[in-house]
Design a binder for this molecule. Sequence first.
Ligand code: 5AD
Ligand code: SF4
Length: 441
Amino acid sequence: MSKKLYIETYGCQMNISDSEIVHSILVDHRFEVTSNPENADLIFVNTCSIRENAEKRVMRRLNELKRFKKSNPRLVIGVLGCMAERMKESLLAEAVFVDLIAGPDSYRDLPKLVDLAEGGQKAINVILSADETYADINPVRLDKNKVSAFISIMRGCENYCAYCVVPSVRGVERSRNPETILQECRILFDQGYREVTLLGQNVNSYDWEDESGSLGFPQLLEKIALINKDLRVRFATSHPKDLSDELIATMVRNENICRSIHLPVQSGSSRILKLMNRKYDREWYIDRVNAIKKNLPDCGVTTDIITGFCSETEKDHQETLSLMQWVEYDYAYMFKYSERPGTIAAKKLADDVPDEVKSRRLEEIINLQQELSLKSNQKDIGKTFSVLVEGTSKRSDKKFMGRNSRNKVIVFAGSNIKPGTYKNVTVTDCTAATLIGKLAE
Ligand code: 5AD
Ligand code: SF4
Protein backbone atom coordinates (compact mmCIF):
# COMPACT_ATOMS: atom_id res chain seq x y z
CA MET A 1 0.00 0.00 0.00
CA SER A 2 1.32 3.42 -0.87
CA LYS A 3 1.95 6.03 1.78
CA LYS A 4 1.11 9.70 1.62
CA LEU A 5 3.61 12.50 1.03
CA TYR A 6 2.93 16.18 1.71
CA ILE A 7 5.44 18.86 0.62
CA GLU A 8 5.40 22.55 1.45
CA THR A 9 7.76 24.78 -0.50
CA TYR A 10 9.31 28.12 0.49
CA GLY A 11 11.67 30.46 -1.36
CA CYS A 12 12.46 30.77 -5.04
CA GLN A 13 11.19 29.10 -8.22
CA MET A 14 14.21 26.83 -8.08
CA ASN A 15 12.81 25.33 -4.90
CA ILE A 16 9.41 24.81 -6.54
CA SER A 17 11.17 22.99 -9.33
CA ASP A 18 13.19 20.93 -6.82
CA SER A 19 9.99 19.93 -5.01
CA GLU A 20 8.69 18.54 -8.29
CA ILE A 21 11.86 16.43 -8.59
CA VAL A 22 11.45 15.24 -4.99
CA HIS A 23 7.84 14.21 -5.71
CA SER A 24 8.99 12.23 -8.70
CA ILE A 25 11.67 10.40 -6.71
CA LEU A 26 9.25 9.47 -3.91
CA VAL A 27 6.36 8.52 -6.17
CA ASP A 28 8.78 5.92 -7.55
CA HIS A 29 9.35 4.83 -3.95
CA ARG A 30 5.81 3.83 -2.89
CA PHE A 31 4.50 7.33 -2.05
CA GLU A 32 1.48 9.15 -3.37
CA VAL A 33 0.98 12.91 -3.14
CA THR A 34 -1.51 14.51 -0.74
CA SER A 35 -2.39 18.17 -0.35
CA ASN A 36 -3.44 17.66 3.25
CA PRO A 37 -0.73 17.44 5.94
CA GLU A 38 -3.22 15.92 8.36
CA ASN A 39 -3.31 12.52 6.67
CA ALA A 40 0.33 12.45 5.55
CA ASP A 41 2.86 9.77 6.54
CA LEU A 42 5.73 11.97 5.42
CA ILE A 43 5.90 15.76 5.58
CA PHE A 44 8.68 17.63 3.80
CA VAL A 45 9.34 21.33 4.10
CA ASN A 46 11.55 22.62 1.29
CA THR A 47 13.25 25.66 2.78
CA CYS A 48 14.91 28.98 1.98
CA SER A 49 17.84 30.68 3.73
CA ILE A 50 18.12 33.84 1.69
CA ARG A 51 17.07 36.19 4.51
CA GLU A 52 16.73 35.67 8.24
CA ASN A 53 12.97 36.24 7.99
CA ALA A 54 12.62 33.39 5.50
CA GLU A 55 14.24 31.03 8.00
CA LYS A 56 12.15 32.29 10.92
CA ARG A 57 8.99 31.69 8.93
CA VAL A 58 10.03 28.11 8.23
CA MET A 59 10.88 27.48 11.91
CA ARG A 60 7.43 28.75 12.91
CA ARG A 61 5.79 26.49 10.35
CA LEU A 62 7.81 23.45 11.46
CA ASN A 63 6.66 24.06 15.01
CA GLU A 64 3.07 24.03 13.78
CA LEU A 65 3.51 20.87 11.74
CA LYS A 66 4.93 18.89 14.66
CA ARG A 67 1.45 18.68 16.19
CA PHE A 68 0.51 16.11 13.55
CA LYS A 69 2.89 13.73 15.32
CA LYS A 70 0.43 13.57 18.23
CA SER A 71 -2.26 11.86 16.16
CA ASN A 72 0.25 9.94 14.04
CA PRO A 73 3.38 9.00 16.04
CA ARG A 74 4.88 7.27 12.97
CA LEU A 75 4.83 10.51 10.97
CA VAL A 76 8.23 11.46 9.51
CA ILE A 77 9.06 15.17 9.22
CA GLY A 78 11.91 16.18 6.93
CA VAL A 79 13.62 19.48 6.16
CA LEU A 80 14.92 19.90 2.60
CA GLY A 81 16.76 22.59 0.70
CA CYS A 82 18.81 25.58 1.65
CA MET A 83 18.17 25.66 5.42
CA ALA A 84 18.94 21.96 5.66
CA GLU A 85 22.24 22.65 3.95
CA ARG A 86 23.09 25.76 5.96
CA MET A 87 22.19 24.45 9.41
CA LYS A 88 22.98 20.74 8.97
CA GLU A 89 22.88 18.80 12.27
CA SER A 90 22.32 21.99 14.27
CA LEU A 91 18.75 21.97 12.95
CA LEU A 92 18.12 18.95 15.14
CA ALA A 93 19.02 20.96 18.23
CA GLU A 94 16.56 23.69 17.24
CA ALA A 95 13.80 21.30 16.19
CA VAL A 96 14.15 17.91 17.87
CA PHE A 97 11.03 16.54 16.16
CA VAL A 98 12.75 16.72 12.75
CA ASP A 99 13.63 13.21 11.56
CA LEU A 100 15.31 13.88 8.25
CA ILE A 101 17.60 16.55 6.80
CA ALA A 102 18.47 16.65 3.09
CA GLY A 103 20.42 19.34 1.24
CA PRO A 104 19.62 20.37 -2.37
CA ASP A 105 22.03 17.89 -3.99
CA SER A 106 20.97 14.81 -2.01
CA TYR A 107 17.43 14.18 -3.24
CA ARG A 108 18.31 10.94 -5.03
CA ASP A 109 19.19 9.61 -1.60
CA LEU A 110 15.73 10.39 -0.17
CA PRO A 111 14.26 6.86 -0.46
CA LYS A 112 17.12 5.56 1.69
CA LEU A 113 16.88 8.47 4.11
CA VAL A 114 13.12 7.97 4.45
CA ASP A 115 13.60 4.26 5.17
CA LEU A 116 16.12 5.13 7.88
CA ALA A 117 13.81 7.73 9.42
CA GLU A 118 10.87 5.31 9.35
CA GLY A 119 13.08 2.88 11.25
CA GLY A 120 13.48 5.47 13.99
CA GLN A 121 16.90 6.92 13.12
CA LYS A 122 17.78 10.53 12.37
CA ALA A 123 18.67 10.61 8.66
CA ILE A 124 20.96 13.29 7.22
CA ASN A 125 22.59 13.94 3.87
CA VAL A 126 23.93 17.44 3.20
CA ILE A 127 26.73 16.55 0.78
CA LEU A 128 26.98 19.02 -2.09
CA SER A 129 27.83 17.68 -5.52
CA ALA A 130 29.91 19.02 -8.40
CA ASP A 131 27.78 17.42 -11.10
CA GLU A 132 24.25 16.58 -9.87
CA THR A 133 21.62 18.23 -12.12
CA TYR A 134 18.81 15.62 -11.78
CA ALA A 135 18.92 15.62 -15.59
CA ASP A 136 17.19 12.25 -16.04
CA ILE A 137 14.41 12.76 -13.50
CA ASN A 138 11.01 13.54 -14.93
CA PRO A 139 9.46 16.00 -12.46
CA VAL A 140 5.88 15.51 -11.22
CA ARG A 141 4.32 18.81 -12.32
CA LEU A 142 2.66 20.57 -9.41
CA ASP A 143 1.43 23.69 -11.21
CA LYS A 144 -2.33 24.02 -11.18
CA ASN A 145 -3.01 25.21 -14.70
CA LYS A 146 -0.99 22.74 -16.83
CA VAL A 147 -0.02 25.64 -19.08
CA SER A 148 3.23 26.94 -17.65
CA ALA A 149 6.15 24.86 -16.31
CA PHE A 150 9.50 25.56 -14.66
CA ILE A 151 12.58 23.74 -15.90
CA SER A 152 15.91 23.84 -14.07
CA ILE A 153 18.74 24.10 -16.56
CA MET A 154 21.59 24.72 -14.18
CA ARG A 155 22.31 24.55 -10.47
CA GLY A 156 24.57 26.30 -8.00
CA CYS A 157 26.28 29.66 -8.14
CA GLU A 158 29.87 30.87 -8.02
CA ASN A 159 29.38 34.61 -8.14
CA TYR A 160 29.93 35.11 -4.43
CA CYS A 161 27.92 38.31 -4.06
CA ALA A 162 29.02 39.54 -0.64
CA TYR A 163 25.52 39.34 0.91
CA CYS A 164 24.45 36.00 -0.48
CA VAL A 165 24.21 32.59 1.16
CA VAL A 166 23.45 30.75 -2.11
CA PRO A 167 27.00 29.73 -3.13
CA SER A 168 27.49 28.02 0.24
CA VAL A 169 24.11 26.23 0.28
CA ARG A 170 23.71 25.39 -3.39
CA GLY A 171 27.30 24.52 -4.34
CA VAL A 172 29.26 25.06 -7.52
CA GLU A 173 27.74 26.05 -10.84
CA ARG A 174 26.85 23.17 -13.19
CA SER A 175 24.82 23.05 -16.39
CA ARG A 176 22.38 20.33 -17.33
CA ASN A 177 22.70 18.23 -20.48
CA PRO A 178 20.85 20.19 -23.21
CA GLU A 179 19.36 17.07 -24.82
CA THR A 180 17.47 16.28 -21.60
CA ILE A 181 16.23 19.88 -21.41
CA LEU A 182 15.01 19.86 -25.01
CA GLN A 183 13.32 16.51 -24.53
CA GLU A 184 11.52 17.79 -21.42
CA CYS A 185 10.31 20.88 -23.33
CA ARG A 186 9.05 18.79 -26.27
CA ILE A 187 7.12 16.46 -23.96
CA LEU A 188 5.57 19.41 -22.12
CA PHE A 189 4.48 20.98 -25.40
CA ASP A 190 2.91 17.71 -26.52
CA GLN A 191 1.05 17.53 -23.19
CA GLY A 192 -0.47 20.95 -23.86
CA TYR A 193 1.91 23.20 -21.98
CA ARG A 194 2.47 26.51 -23.76
CA GLU A 195 5.11 28.19 -21.61
CA VAL A 196 8.40 27.07 -20.09
CA THR A 197 10.53 29.12 -17.72
CA LEU A 198 14.19 28.11 -17.74
CA LEU A 199 15.63 28.36 -14.26
CA GLY A 200 19.05 28.86 -12.76
CA GLN A 201 20.57 31.05 -10.07
CA ASN A 202 22.54 32.65 -12.92
CA VAL A 203 20.79 31.30 -15.96
CA ASN A 204 22.67 33.22 -18.62
CA SER A 205 25.99 31.70 -17.65
CA TYR A 206 24.64 28.29 -18.79
CA ASP A 207 27.50 26.50 -20.51
CA TRP A 208 27.48 22.87 -21.66
CA GLU A 209 30.50 21.10 -23.09
CA ASP A 210 30.91 17.60 -24.49
CA GLU A 211 32.78 15.80 -27.30
CA SER A 212 30.64 17.51 -29.94
CA GLY A 213 31.46 21.04 -28.76
CA SER A 214 30.02 23.65 -26.46
CA LEU A 215 26.59 25.22 -26.09
CA GLY A 216 25.97 28.57 -24.39
CA PHE A 217 22.73 30.05 -23.08
CA PRO A 218 21.67 31.96 -26.25
CA GLN A 219 22.05 28.80 -28.37
CA LEU A 220 20.11 26.67 -25.89
CA LEU A 221 17.37 29.30 -25.75
CA GLU A 222 17.08 29.37 -29.54
CA LYS A 223 16.88 25.57 -29.80
CA ILE A 224 13.99 25.61 -27.33
CA ALA A 225 12.26 28.51 -29.08
CA LEU A 226 12.43 26.58 -32.36
CA ILE A 227 10.51 23.59 -30.93
CA ASN A 228 7.27 25.40 -31.77
CA LYS A 229 6.39 29.06 -32.17
CA ASP A 230 3.37 28.52 -29.88
CA LEU A 231 5.67 27.62 -27.00
CA ARG A 232 6.59 30.69 -24.98
CA VAL A 233 10.04 30.66 -23.44
CA ARG A 234 11.04 32.65 -20.35
CA PHE A 235 14.15 32.53 -18.20
CA ALA A 236 15.28 33.66 -14.73
CA THR A 237 17.50 34.90 -13.24
CA SER A 238 19.95 36.83 -15.40
CA HIS A 239 23.09 38.40 -13.97
CA PRO A 240 23.78 41.79 -15.58
CA LYS A 241 27.46 40.91 -16.11
CA ASP A 242 26.43 38.01 -18.41
CA LEU A 243 23.64 39.71 -20.37
CA SER A 244 25.28 39.51 -23.79
CA ASP A 245 24.41 41.22 -27.07
CA GLU A 246 24.15 37.70 -28.50
CA LEU A 247 21.37 36.89 -26.03
CA ILE A 248 19.48 40.05 -26.99
CA ALA A 249 19.93 39.26 -30.71
CA THR A 250 18.56 35.75 -30.11
CA MET A 251 15.48 37.25 -28.49
CA VAL A 252 15.02 39.66 -31.40
CA ARG A 253 15.10 36.71 -33.86
CA ASN A 254 12.55 34.63 -31.91
CA GLU A 255 9.29 36.27 -31.04
CA ASN A 256 8.26 33.45 -28.71
CA ILE A 257 11.16 34.24 -26.36
CA CYS A 258 9.20 36.49 -24.03
CA ARG A 259 9.80 40.21 -23.90
CA SER A 260 10.64 40.30 -20.25
CA ILE A 261 14.04 40.23 -18.56
CA HIS A 262 14.56 39.88 -14.83
CA LEU A 263 17.80 41.77 -14.24
CA PRO A 264 18.55 42.21 -10.54
CA VAL A 265 20.36 45.51 -9.99
CA GLN A 266 20.59 45.28 -6.15
CA SER A 267 21.80 48.91 -5.87
CA GLY A 268 22.14 52.00 -8.06
CA SER A 269 25.41 53.05 -6.44
CA SER A 270 28.68 51.89 -8.01
CA ARG A 271 30.39 52.10 -4.62
CA ILE A 272 27.84 49.73 -3.05
CA LEU A 273 27.89 47.42 -6.08
CA LYS A 274 31.64 47.08 -5.61
CA LEU A 275 31.23 46.24 -1.92
CA MET A 276 28.54 43.74 -2.93
CA ASN A 277 31.03 42.12 -5.34
CA ARG A 278 28.49 42.35 -8.16
CA LYS A 279 31.24 42.70 -10.83
CA TYR A 280 29.46 45.54 -12.70
CA ASP A 281 28.87 49.20 -11.95
CA ARG A 282 26.02 51.64 -12.55
CA GLU A 283 27.34 52.55 -16.02
CA TRP A 284 27.58 48.90 -17.11
CA TYR A 285 24.04 48.26 -15.93
CA ILE A 286 22.76 51.34 -17.79
CA ASP A 287 24.59 50.17 -20.92
CA ARG A 288 22.90 46.74 -20.72
CA VAL A 289 19.43 48.25 -20.21
CA ASN A 290 20.12 50.60 -23.13
CA ALA A 291 20.94 47.58 -25.29
CA ILE A 292 17.60 46.03 -24.29
CA LYS A 293 15.63 49.25 -24.89
CA LYS A 294 17.24 49.82 -28.29
CA ASN A 295 16.85 46.29 -29.66
CA LEU A 296 13.72 45.13 -27.83
CA PRO A 297 11.64 48.29 -27.34
CA ASP A 298 8.66 46.27 -26.05
CA CYS A 299 10.69 44.36 -23.49
CA GLY A 300 9.88 44.81 -19.80
CA VAL A 301 12.68 44.88 -17.26
CA THR A 302 12.13 43.74 -13.68
CA THR A 303 14.59 43.69 -10.83
CA ASP A 304 15.66 42.86 -7.28
CA ILE A 305 16.83 45.60 -4.91
CA ILE A 306 18.51 45.33 -1.52
CA THR A 307 18.33 48.41 0.64
CA GLY A 308 20.51 49.24 3.64
CA PHE A 309 23.54 47.17 2.66
CA CYS A 310 26.67 47.76 4.76
CA SER A 311 27.74 51.44 4.82
CA GLU A 312 24.95 52.56 2.45
CA THR A 313 24.59 56.37 2.69
CA GLU A 314 21.70 58.63 1.79
CA LYS A 315 23.55 59.47 -1.43
CA ASP A 316 23.85 55.77 -2.36
CA HIS A 317 20.14 55.37 -1.66
CA GLN A 318 19.29 58.35 -3.89
CA GLU A 319 21.32 56.70 -6.65
CA THR A 320 19.16 53.59 -6.37
CA LEU A 321 16.00 55.71 -6.65
CA SER A 322 17.33 57.65 -9.65
CA LEU A 323 18.37 54.45 -11.44
CA MET A 324 14.92 52.96 -10.85
CA GLN A 325 13.43 56.07 -12.39
CA TRP A 326 15.74 55.88 -15.37
CA VAL A 327 15.07 52.18 -16.09
CA GLU A 328 11.32 52.40 -15.39
CA TYR A 329 11.03 48.87 -14.05
CA ASP A 330 7.75 47.04 -14.61
CA TYR A 331 8.11 45.28 -11.27
CA ALA A 332 10.66 44.89 -8.47
CA TYR A 333 11.31 42.56 -5.55
CA MET A 334 12.58 44.83 -2.79
CA PHE A 335 14.31 43.74 0.41
CA LYS A 336 16.03 45.09 3.50
CA TYR A 337 19.56 43.79 3.78
CA SER A 338 19.70 40.80 6.12
CA GLU A 339 23.14 39.64 7.22
CA ARG A 340 23.66 35.91 6.59
CA PRO A 341 26.21 33.85 8.53
CA GLY A 342 29.27 32.79 6.55
CA THR A 343 28.90 35.30 3.71
CA ILE A 344 31.71 37.68 2.68
CA ALA A 345 29.73 40.63 4.05
CA ALA A 346 29.19 38.91 7.41
CA LYS A 347 32.92 38.25 7.67
CA LYS A 348 34.27 41.57 6.41
CA LEU A 349 31.67 44.35 6.59
CA ALA A 350 29.63 45.88 9.39
CA ASP A 351 25.82 45.65 9.11
CA ASP A 352 25.76 49.29 10.19
CA VAL A 353 22.62 50.81 8.67
CA PRO A 354 20.07 51.07 11.52
CA ASP A 355 16.88 49.10 11.01
CA GLU A 356 14.69 52.24 11.06
CA VAL A 357 16.78 53.67 8.22
CA LYS A 358 16.50 50.42 6.25
CA SER A 359 12.73 50.47 6.74
CA ARG A 360 12.36 54.07 5.66
CA ARG A 361 14.51 53.57 2.55
CA LEU A 362 12.60 50.40 1.70
CA GLU A 363 9.33 52.28 1.94
CA GLU A 364 10.63 54.99 -0.41
CA ILE A 365 11.74 52.34 -2.88
CA ILE A 366 8.40 50.51 -2.70
CA ASN A 367 6.45 53.76 -3.17
CA LEU A 368 8.51 54.71 -6.19
CA GLN A 369 8.11 51.25 -7.71
CA GLN A 370 4.36 51.46 -7.22
CA GLU A 371 4.35 54.68 -9.30
CA LEU A 372 6.57 53.13 -11.96
CA SER A 373 4.42 49.99 -12.25
CA LEU A 374 1.29 52.10 -12.60
CA LYS A 375 2.95 54.33 -15.21
CA SER A 376 4.11 51.30 -17.19
CA ASN A 377 0.61 49.79 -17.11
CA GLN A 378 -1.07 53.08 -18.08
CA LYS A 379 1.06 53.15 -21.23
CA ASP A 380 -0.62 49.90 -22.29
CA ILE A 381 -4.18 51.26 -22.25
CA GLY A 382 -5.57 51.00 -25.78
CA LYS A 383 -2.99 48.40 -26.88
CA THR A 384 -3.89 44.86 -27.93
CA PHE A 385 -1.79 41.91 -26.73
CA SER A 386 -1.67 38.23 -27.41
CA VAL A 387 -2.52 36.70 -24.04
CA LEU A 388 -1.75 33.13 -23.03
CA VAL A 389 -4.79 32.17 -20.94
CA GLU A 390 -3.94 30.45 -17.64
CA GLY A 391 -7.45 30.06 -16.22
CA THR A 392 -10.26 31.95 -14.54
CA SER A 393 -9.41 34.98 -12.42
CA LYS A 394 -9.16 34.62 -8.65
CA ARG A 395 -12.14 36.89 -8.03
CA SER A 396 -14.70 35.69 -10.57
CA ASP A 397 -15.22 32.60 -12.72
CA LYS A 398 -16.70 34.75 -15.49
CA LYS A 399 -13.34 36.47 -15.87
CA PHE A 400 -10.19 34.94 -17.25
CA MET A 401 -6.56 35.72 -16.57
CA GLY A 402 -3.41 35.31 -18.57
CA ARG A 403 -0.16 37.08 -19.34
CA ASN A 404 1.23 38.93 -22.28
CA SER A 405 4.74 38.35 -23.54
CA ARG A 406 5.97 41.10 -21.20
CA ASN A 407 4.73 38.99 -18.26
CA LYS A 408 1.97 41.43 -17.29
CA VAL A 409 -1.19 39.87 -15.88
CA ILE A 410 -4.32 40.74 -17.88
CA VAL A 411 -7.87 40.05 -16.64
CA PHE A 412 -10.77 40.03 -19.11
CA ALA A 413 -14.36 38.79 -19.42
CA GLY A 414 -15.13 35.75 -21.52
CA SER A 415 -16.75 32.34 -21.55
CA ASN A 416 -15.60 28.81 -22.36
CA ILE A 417 -11.93 29.62 -22.85
CA LYS A 418 -9.59 26.70 -22.35
CA PRO A 419 -6.38 27.34 -20.40
CA GLY A 420 -3.45 27.20 -22.79
CA THR A 421 -5.14 29.08 -25.63
CA TYR A 422 -3.95 32.43 -27.00
CA LYS A 423 -6.45 35.31 -27.15
CA ASN A 424 -6.04 38.87 -28.38
CA VAL A 425 -7.03 41.24 -25.60
CA THR A 426 -7.30 45.04 -25.73
CA VAL A 427 -6.37 46.86 -22.53
CA THR A 428 -9.10 49.23 -21.29
CA ASP A 429 -7.97 50.01 -17.74
CA CYS A 430 -5.35 49.12 -15.18
CA THR A 431 -4.08 49.16 -11.61
CA ALA A 432 -0.40 49.12 -10.66
CA ALA A 433 -0.55 45.32 -10.50
CA THR A 434 -2.95 44.28 -13.27
CA LEU A 435 -4.14 45.18 -16.74
CA ILE A 436 -7.86 44.99 -17.34
CA GLY A 437 -9.04 44.30 -20.86
CA LYS A 438 -11.63 42.94 -23.22
CA LEU A 439 -11.44 40.37 -25.98
CA ALA A 440 -10.41 42.10 -29.21
CA GLU A 441 -12.93 41.90 -32.08
N1 5AD B 1 19.53 40.19 2.33
C1 5AD B 1 18.49 40.72 1.61
N2 5AD B 1 18.20 40.33 0.37
C2 5AD B 1 18.96 39.38 -0.21
N3 5AD B 1 18.93 38.80 -1.42
C3 5AD B 1 19.90 37.88 -1.49
N4 5AD B 1 20.59 37.84 -0.34
C4 5AD B 1 20.03 38.78 0.47
C5 5AD B 1 20.30 39.22 1.80
N5 5AD B 1 21.31 38.70 2.51
C6 5AD B 1 17.98 39.20 -2.45
C7 5AD B 1 18.69 39.66 -3.71
C8 5AD B 1 18.50 38.52 -4.64
C9 5AD B 1 17.15 37.99 -4.22
C10 5AD B 1 16.86 36.59 -4.65
O1 5AD B 1 17.19 38.08 -2.82
O2 5AD B 1 18.04 40.82 -4.18
O3 5AD B 1 18.53 38.92 -6.00
FE1 SF4 C 1 16.20 30.79 -1.06
FE2 SF4 C 1 18.31 31.11 -2.60
FE3 SF4 C 1 17.74 28.73 -1.65
FE4 SF4 C 1 16.20 29.84 -3.54
S1 SF4 C 1 18.36 29.23 -3.74
S2 SF4 C 1 15.49 28.79 -1.75
S3 SF4 C 1 16.28 32.00 -2.91
S4 SF4 C 1 18.37 30.53 -0.49
